[in-house]
Each structure stands twice: as structure tokens, then as C-alpha cells.
Design a protein around this ligand. Structure first.
Ligand code: BES
Ligand code: MN
Ligand code: ZN
Length: 494
């Protein structure tokens, strides 16, 4: 794990393996680059000229042995266009800079990197750079076998903050370090193959997380789930040989009896589709169908590290959607914990079937707000692609707060409609409702299904099917989204 800290020396006297300073397009020097240039008697500006440094975001130019500079290496990083002298880096660009600097440090086998952000919006830039460093140094190797690579060399990252940012920096750094610890845990759980990351394993991970962090957890097995009357949840689990788990995290940082925020995660450790079986291409992606649950694990980890003065509950519904003689058949009817009956017309619309019982369970906490997170529909991916997750909410205030956190962390949401007009499509002649409507507005009708179970509190539903992972190429893997936005949302309530 990389150690992050703050550093107060001038860039030119910082004793470290590499100092990183920003230069804009047009070779316009930032405050930190100016300091290095002065100390080296113009060597930095001369090197930029010789290299024709573009200053584009995401580029890095390493320089060595500059006279008058304590660090052996200076990494100049591109800060893009300088609209005015103090132009801030956009969140995306700052993250790209952090990523590029960390990659360069790892390439050069460096152990300690000291980064000097721009003076404008330095604290926001630092937060994004921490995420960029995490992007570049995160490794999945649990099942890589003999091709597992050695751990990256980078052990310490320090931030040299401009004076006016020094006050806000410590709390912001702590928040983003906890955030990447959460994100890396979410990625780890998501990337584990489904034969490793079973509901049982998630239950065991929950107990492990709690041991190291002072949370409370209850892990329920099939019997306990039956006793709760979660007939809808169990209808999905029934076709699998893997036993289900219902996990309840409780963090008590607020006053006793204070209404908690409740997070609910979809934890389908593999989604074959059931009898309404999925097509073969890309079916491996369905190991990431527990990414909502993974997000709850990541958020709880960050919460336990940050200890906010609030009460927070995390609910994880974990099972496998599989096929066997015990599997649900299209047309079967089940009774949910709420008492409402459901005709399962498509066994591949299983996420809503497990979440609805958790939403009913959430009532017992008399929550301030309930936020569920789920890789719920392919329709949401069609609608929004992979940059924004879908957001549905019964509360404008809750929706606005989540959207604001998403913008700040560049972990974005786009609000979608939640309206009675869409409910009719879920009518059934044999139960209170069907679990699917037609193809049209599939992400909306899925949200409408959940809405029927979320009437007793303010509620938001996050459909993360498009953002939780990249499905192909070199970057194939979990993204850790939307942990950053949700941790920021929690902190915004402090
Ligand atoms: N887990 C899937 C949704 C999904 C699709 C996640 C693509 C990630 C990428 C979900 O359980 C599902 O199968 N939904 C169906 C619903 C349909 C049957 C109404 C879908 O989207 O096709
Ligand atoms: Mn499905
Ligand atoms: Zn699913």
C-alpha cells in the first residue's frame, strides 16, 4: 500500500527521488516550476525548449541532475492550456497527470515521488492525483499464477501544497486516501472470478473487513433469509448450488438513534440469466454483477477509515443466478418480504428480485436515505454508455447531492425519470406485478419495480451497469466506481 503525506519544503530543496512540477502549454511555468527554474539558473526552461515540451495534459518529461536542485529527478508534467496564470486543472486532467506521473515513477523504479499541484484549486487537483496514482499502481494478481508481476516500486507519494491550500489539505488527503483504499477493495472483489468470489466468500470478506476496522457485521445464511420471508431473493438463489448470503454492516459514528444512511448493493456473484439464459458472448462479464455489493464493501471500508460522525448501514444481497432443476421457471410467482407477489416472466431480470427484499429490510432502520447500487440493466448501458451511471430518485435533494459529489469526483450520474406512467407496464394477471415490462425504457421500468418497495423513505437507485467495469482490452477490469462519489456524498453530510 502506498503511503501518502504532505510536504512543506520548496520544490528545489525537497529531498526526494523525484519532484513533479507543472508546466502549461506555451511552456508557461507554474509556481513550482518557476522555483526549480530559478534554483537551476534557467536549466528547466532550457530543457523544455530543447525537448519542445507541449504541456499537454497527461504528458511527462523527466529531467536529471539539475544543478541547484536537491532531488535527482525533476518530472515536468503537462497542465494544458493556461487561460490565465492560475488556471485550474479539470478533475479529469488532474487524474490523468497523477496517472502519468505514477507510471513514469514506476518505469524508473522510483520509491518516493513528491508532487507539486498548481496553485489554483490545488486541493481538488491533489484529490484527483491520488486517484490517478491508484489507477496507475493498482494490480490484480490474486489468480494470475506464474505471470503475477512484482509489486510496483512506488512506496511514498508526497504533495507539496501552495501556502493558501495548506489548511484544507490534510483532511482532503485523508479523504482521498480512504477513497482509493475503498476503490481498490471494490476492484479486487469485482475482478475475482465467480468461482472464487462466491456469496460465501463475500460473507467471509465482510467478517474480515469488520475485524480490521471496528464495524459491526451480521452475515445471514439461507435459513435466516427464509426466516425473514425474503421469498423474492430466494427465488433467484434457488437454482444455484452456492448458498446465498445477506450481509448487514452497521457503522455507528453518529448519535444513538440518529437516522442512518443505508447503502444497498446487488451482489449477484454470477448471472447466467437463469432459465432465460444469456447468450454466450461476453458472459464472463457477469462475474461483475456483484459490483453494487463491491461498492458497498468499498464505501464501508472508507467509512471505517474516515470515521464520520454519522450512522451508516450497508446491506449486501449476495447469490448466484444459475440453472438447475430447482431454478425458477418463467411464469413462477413468489411472495416478497413486503407481502407483494411477483410473477417472474424473465429469470434474467434477477437484480430487482433480490434488491426488493433488501429495500424492505431497510425500513427497520428508519433511514434518512436509502441508496441502492446495482449493475441492473443493459438498457441503462444503451441509454448512457460508460461515462455516466443512471440515477433515479424520489428526492430532488438526495439526487442533487449525489450528482454534485459525482461531478466533483468525476464519477458522474445522469438523472433519469421515475414516474407513475411507467408503472402500468409491470401489470400482471397473476400477481401484484411482473418482474419485467417490454424492451422500451428498460432501465426506467426496472427502477419503477424497485420503487414499489421503497415508499417509506427517501430513496435513490444507481444503475451502474455501464460504469462498474471495462469489458475488453488492456484495461479490462473493475473501475471501482461509484465509491468515490458515494464517499464524497457521505462526507458532504458531515
Ligand atoms: N446483470 C444484468 C444487467 C447487465 C447487463 C449488467 C449488461 C452489466 C452489463 C441484469 O441482471 C440483466 O440481465 N438485465 C436484463 C433485464 C431484462 C431481462 C429485462 C437486461 O438488461 O437485459
Ligand atoms: Mn440478469
Ligand atoms: Zn444481473
Amino acid at each position: 500500500m502506498i503511503d501518502f503525506s504532505l510536504k512543506t519544503d520548496h520544490p528545489s530543496n525537497t529531498k526526494t527521488d523525484a519532484v513533479a512540477v507543472a508546466v502549461h502549454e506555451g511552456q508557461k511555468l507554474s509556481w513550482a516550476a518557476l522555483d526549480i527554474d530559478k534554483a537551476s539558473k534557467g536549466a528547466l526552461a532550457a530543457a523544455l525548449k530543447a525537448a519542445a515540451f507541449s504541456g499537454r495534459c497527461g504528458t511527462v518529461l523527466p529531467l536529471f541532475n539539475l544543478a541547484g536542485v536537491s532531488a535527482t529527478r525533476v518530472m515536468v508534467y503537462g497542465a494544458g492550456e493556461a487561460k490565465d496564470e492560475k488556471a485550474a486543472l479539470a478533475a479529469k486532467d488532474a487524474r490523468a497527470s497523477g496517472r502519468a506521473l505514477a507510471s513514469c515513477a514506476v518505469d524508473q523504479s522510483i520509491a518516493e515521488l513528491t508532487i507539486f499541484p498548481l496553485s489554483e484549486a490545488a486541493v481538488d487537483a491533489m484529490q484527483q492525483m491520488v486517484m490517478g496514482v491508484s489507477d496507475a499502481t493498482y494490480r490484480y494478481d490474486e489468480t494470475k499464477g506464474t505471470s503475477a508481476k512484482p509489486k510496483p516500486s512506488l512506496k511514498r507519494v508526497r504533495f507539496g501544497m501552495p501556502e493558501d491550500a495548506a489548511k484544507a489539505a490534510p483532511a482532503a488527503l485523508k479523504a482521498s486516501v480512504a477513497t482509493i483504499h475503498g476503490m481498490e477493495y471494490t476492484k479486487y472483489l469485482g475482478n475475482l472470478p465467480a468461482n472464487h468470489c462466491t456469496p460465501t466468500r463475500l460473507g467471509d470478506e465482510a467478517k474480515k473487513l469488520v475485524k480490521s476496522h471496528g464495524l459491526k457485521v451480521t452475515v445471514m445464511d439461507r435459513k435466516a433469509i427464509e426466516k425473514l420471508g425474503m421469498g423474492s431473493f430466494l427465488s433467484v438463489s434457488n437454482g444455484s448450488d452456492e448458498p446465498p448470503r445477506f450481509i448487514v454492516f452497521e457503522y455507528a459514528g453518529g448519535k444513538k438513534g440518529e437516522a442512518p444512511t443505508v447503502f444497498v448493493g446487488k451482489g449477484v456473484t454470477f448471472d447466467t440469466g437463469g432459465i432465460s439464459i444469456k447468450p454466450a458472448p461476453d458472459m464472463d462479464h457477469m462475474k461483475w454483477d456483484m459490483s453494487g455489493a463491491g461498492t458497498v464493501f468499498g464505501v464501508m471500508k472508507a467509512v471505517a477509515e474516515l470515521k464520520p460522525k454519522q450512522n451508516i448501514v450497508g446491506l449486501v444481497v449476495a447469490c448466484e443466478n444459475h440453472i438447475s432443476g430447482k431454478a425458477t421457471k418463467p411464469g413462477d410467482v413468489f411472495t416478497s418480504m413486503s407481502g407483494q407477489t411477483i410473477e417472474v416472466l424473465n429469470t434474467d431480470a434477477e437484480g430487482r428480485l433480490i434488491l426488493c427484499d433488501a429495500l424492505t429490510y431497510a425500513e427497520r432502520f428508519k433511514p434518512k436515505a436509502v441508496i441502492d447500487i446495482a449493475t441492473l440493466t443493459g438498457a441503462c448501458v444503451v441509454a448512457l454508455g460508460s461515462h455516466n451511471a443512471g440515477l433515479f430518485s424520489t428526492s430532488d435533494k438526495l439526487a442533487d447531492a449525489i450528482i454534485a459529489s459525482g461531478k466533483k469526483m468525476n464519477d458522474r450520474f445522469w438523472r433519469m425519470p421515475l414516474e407513475e406512467d411507467y408503472q402500468e407496464a409491470l401489470n400482471s394477471n397473476f400477481a401484484d406485478m411482473a418482474n419485467v415490462a417490454g424492451r422500451e425504457g428498460g432501465a426506467i421500468t426496472a427502477a419503477c419495480f424497485l420503487w414499489r418497495f421503497a415508499k417509506k423513505y427517501d430513496w435513490a437507485h444507481l444503475d451502474i451497469a455501464g460504469v462498474a467495469y471495462k469489458g475488453s482490452g488492456k484495461e479490462k477490469g473493475a473501475s471501482g466506481r461509484p465509491v468515490a462519489a458515494l464517499v464524497d456524498y457521505v462526507l458532504s453530510n458531515e
